[in-house]
Design a protein around this ligand. Structure first.
Ligand SMILES: [Fe+2]
Ligand SMILES: [Fe+2]
Length: 282
């Protein structure tokens, strides 16, 4: 099973511009996924779908996503708003008013979590949401699960985008998933960079954005003294491909750009390919 991921689309950053930068970047990322062989089975869009959470941006998103050759499952991020989202996507299930739902159509069970607290940049995961997750994890315990959520519940080292691991919502999420070995991976966005780490004994991968990205800088930041450091960079739009091989989740990160091709599979590389494959059979 192949799960594609896009995240942090931020549609509507440049409102009233039908060919805005973020829209073009999203189109490049989706074209890459649509033309891929094998084609992804599903697409997860892990939040910050829009920049301002407005109806028009969700309407535009609905148009963009309506003709894709795979189902799309969405999470909400801190730039989203539940009411306008639900207005445009009434078919997306909710639980207790939160955009949390289960997709159980293939070999993996996907649990989509809602970490949005409107008006706050960082994540949230209240008792109500935790109870929903605990109830889902108590069911079908033999089936492998992947959790998809917007906010990574881990420190990144990028000071202005950090999550404090001692925040109550992080602790609550950790307690809820503790001991559930059926969770085979967590996939998130929010950071606008590719990062791989772990959380509560499971792998956690953070996919970079289709929108412009956060510059890599692990130096502490002083809120009282702007030091001119790079903050946002327009590196190529990113996607992730999470391949479930029946046992593990294997994550690849890719960029939607014209790659500089240095070698193709022709007769000159055939001996190498034959030798490598022969070794695999040993
Ligand atoms: Fe974002
Ligand atoms: Fe975010």
């Amino acid at each position: 099973m192949l799960l594609a991921q896009v995240t942090d689309i931020h549609l509507g950053f440049d409102p009233d511009n039908p060919v805005e930068f973020n829209r073009k970047r999203l189109d490049h990322a989706l074209k890459l996924l649509c033309e891929m062989t094998p084609r992804p089975d599903v697409l997860l869009a892990t939040g910050d779908l829009t920049d301002r959470g407005d109806q028009e941006s969700y309407r535009q998103l609905k148009n963009v996503l309506s003709n894709l050759p795979f189902p799309v499952y969405m999470c909400l991020g801190n730039h989203d708003m539940r009411a306008p989202f639900r207005e445009q996507f009434p078919q997306v299930p909710t639980a207790d008013g939160f955009v949390q739902y289960e997709i159980d159509d293939g070999p993996l069970r996907l649990l989509i979590l809602d970490t949005l607290e409107e008006g706050r940049h960082g994540g949230a995961f209240c008792e109500t949401r935790a109870k929903w997750l605990a109830d889902r994890l108590a069911e079908k315990q033999d089936k492998p699960v992947v959790l998809a959520l917007h906010h990574p519940p881990v420190e990144s080292g990028i000071a202005w985008m950090n999550t404090n691991p001692h925040e109550p919502w992080v602790q609550r999420l950790a307690e809820t998933i503790a001991g559930h070995d059926q969770i085979k991976g967590m996939i998130t966005g929010h950071l606008h960079r590719n990062v791989s780490t772990s959380f509560e004994g499971t792998s956690l991968s953070i996919c970079a954005s289709t929108a412009p990205q956060v510059a890599l800088d692990l130096d502490p930041i002083d809120p009282d003294h702007p030091d001119g450091r790079n903050m946002i960079v327009a590196d190529p739009p990113a996607v992730a491909l999470h391949w479930w091989n029946g046992k593990q989740l294997i994550t690849h990160f890719e960029t939607a750009e014209e790659h500089v091709m240095l070698a193709r599979y022709d007769e000159s590389l055939q001996p190498l390919v034959r030798a490598l494959l022969a070794e695999h059979r040993e």
